[in-house]
Ligand binder design. Structure first.
Ligand code: TLP
Length: 341
């Protein structure tokens, strides 16, 4: 199987498995797991924040991040295609008790100009704005990377209005790799950042939330309330540490493979590739093949290639550690065979 559905499908590397087997553990609910403590400190250090919190999933990291900043009855400004709005089972309503104020965008990126128009003050009618949520890289927009100046402007504007910024950085290090900047250069423009260890970085489970010590102390209680107090979680954190130390540096390979896919897929009949954003996600339209994305996905699956239908005619391919260049070439060849027959 050549699995291009998502970078979530990566399996732990031999180094991760060894680290997991040998991990020193304790009860993390008492904050006594040395490996989790190390991972949290290291994540905070890399991102230039005071503290970190290890969470089982990106969804939980976003939920805690957004709940830390808000009160029930507030609004969260986000872009209309945000993962926090469309793929997290309305968690911002369910847990944070907030409404989304969604802004349509071209590339998944909010601008301060658009945000400023949507900020609502406390008053007798509208729900006041409590938070601005940005997504970097932006998944459904095609792995797009926020330009640093745009983020800086949002953060400056947010500060001037007393509003916090949360970043859904599920693929944060893909953004840092594409911009060729240190993580802090991006993270400085958000109060809290969630990033996933279990996507492109290859860990089997886990995400991190980073921010101030006070925010993470509050977040720790929220994590317990959500059922995320994981006891001897050092076995997972150990893989997370390997992911952080050994896997960040190789994301450029995934980007090069995605660039190859974008170019090669565009040569196939009936396939229209969306502008490639420079990271590990490629979206393309299959309407010209006479098949729906679901039909094409089924036929590809029969040939041993897995891609995901993300709309009636829209498909997504995501590159990652478990799919090398040869596998990408084979996937394109198999799709080509299918379309030529
Ligand atoms: N995204 C998954 C699916 O949910 C679509 C994927 O395969 O891309 N933020 C962003 C931007 C994400 O893309 C995802 C996962 C999450 C948060 C949630 O992470 P998990 O799955 O760990 O809860």
């Amino acid at each position: 199987m050549i699995d291009l559905r998502s970078d979530t499908v990566t399996k732990p590397t031999p180094a991760m498995r060894r680290a997991m087997a040998e991990a020193e553990v304790g009860d993390d609910v008492y904050q006594e797991d040395p490996t989790v403590n190390r991972l949290e400190a290291r994540a905070a250090e890399i991102m230039g924040k005071e503290a970190g919190l290890f969470v089982p999933t990106g969804c939980m990291g976003n939920t805690i991040g957004m709940t830390v900043h808000t009160e029930h009855g507030q609004e969260v400004i986000c872009d209309s295609r945000a993962h926090v709005l469309n793929y997290e089972l309305s968690m911002m309503a369910w847990f944070a008790g907030c409404l989304a104020r969604a802004i349509p965008t071209e590339r998944g990126h909010l601008s301060w100009e658009a945000i400023a128009k949507e900020i609502r003050p406390v008053g007798p009618h509208a729900a006041p704005t409590g938070l601005i949520a940005v997504e970097n890289t932006h998944n459904v927009a095609g792995g797009t990377v926020y330009p640093l100046e745009q983020l800086a402007e949002i953060k400056r504007g947010a500060e001037s209005r007393g509003l916090p910024v949360h970043m859904d950085g599920a693929r944060f290090f893909h953004a840092a790799t594409a911009l060729n900047v240190a993580p802090v250069e991006i993270a400085q423009y958000a109060d809290t950042v969630m990033f996933c260890l279990s996507k492109g970085l290859g860990a089997p489970v886990g995400s991190m939330l980073v921010g101030t010590q006070k925010q993470m102390d509050k977040g720790r209680l929220l994590r317990k309330r959500l059922g995320g107090g994981m006891r001897q979680a050092g076995v997972l954190a150990a893989a997370g540490l390997v992911a952080l130390e050994e896997m960040r540096g190789r994301l450029g390979e995934d980007h090069a493979n995605a660039a190859y896919l974008a170019e090669a897929l565009a040569q196939l009949p009936g396939i229209a590739v969306e502008p490639y954003a420079g990271t590990n996600i490629v979206f393309f339209d299959v309407a010209g093949t006479g098949m729906t994305a679901a039909e094409l996905a089924d036929r590809l699956l029969a040939k041993g290639v897995v891609m995901i239908a993300m709309g009636p005619y829209r498909m997504r391919a995501v590159t990652h550690f478990d799919v090398d260049r040869a596998a990408c070439e084979e996937a394109v060849a198999l799709l080509g065979q299918l379309l030529h027959n």
